[in-house]
Design a protein around this ligand. Structure first.
Ligand SMILES: [Zn+2]
Length: 129
C-alpha cells in the first residue's frame, strides 16, 4: 500500500488535530474538509473532538498490511469520546492487553513509513491515560 499525500491532505484536520466538519442542520460529522454538508448543503462548522474517551472494544491485528510491518502486532480500538462520538483508531503504548472500559487519550504518532517514497504518515492514536 502506497501512502497517498492527497488522501492525507484531505483528512489533515482530522488526522492531525482531530477536527471534524459538522453540519448545523442534520448534525452529521465529516472527517473530510467539506465546506458544505453533502446532504443538506448547509455550511459546516469545524469542531475539535475531545481527546479523552473510554475504550469500548478492541482487536489485535497480527497480519498487518505492507508498510506496517514495524508496527505489528497492531491494536485497533473503538473509543467513545467524552462527547459521545465514537471513533475507530489505532491503540499505542499497549503494554498489556487493553481492557474494555479503560480510559484512553489521543496522541499524535507515526503510524507508517513508505519504503519507496520515504513518506512518513502520522495520525492520532489512543493510549491508556
Ligand atoms: Zn446536513
Amino acid at each position: 500500500m502506497e501512502i497517498s499525500p492527497a488522501h492525507i491532505w484531505r483528512n489533515k484536520h482530522y488526522r492531525y488535530r482531530f477536527e471534524v466538519n459538522v453540519c448545523p442542520k442534520c448534525g452529521r460529522a465529516f472527517r473530510e474538509n467539506v465546506e458544505r454538508c453533502p446532504k443538506c448543503g448547509e455550511r459546516t462548522t469545524r469542531v475539535r473532538l475531545p481527546l479523552n474517551g473510554k475504550l469500548l472494544s478492541w482487536t489485535k491485528i497480527v497480519q498487518v498490511p505492507d508498510g506496517y510491518e514495524d508496527f505489528a502486532p497492531m491494536y485497533v480500538g473503538l473509543v467513545e469520546l467524552e462527547d459521545g462520538n465514537r471513533v475507530i483508531a489505532k491503540l499505542v503504548d499497549v503494554l498489556e492487553e487493553p481492557k474494555e472500559g479503560q480510559e484512553v487519550e489521543a496522541v499524535l504518532r507515526r503510524i507508517r513509513v513508505d519504503g519507496q517514497s520515504g513518506l512518513i504518515e502520522y495520525a492520532l492514536c489512543f493510549r491508556p491515560s
